[in-house]
Design a protein. Sequence first.
Length: 76
Amino acid sequence: MDRYTFSDSDIYGGDPAIGANLLAKGSATTIASFKSTIYTSNQISQVYIVKTSPDNSKTMQKVQVSAADITASIGI
């Protein structure tokens, strides 16, 4: 795999399949992670991270939100 292969990452405030709001958008490579700071209301208890690979396939992961920093890894 090319070390400069990009994957797009989107973070939603709910399930994107039912129209949730996009909170953050970015890209990652095999050598550089996507990092973002988002601020949400206390009503949001989970976010959905959607990774779009170079072949346009999508992987979605639901992540519980807390007051602490969150790290999620979906892979490239």
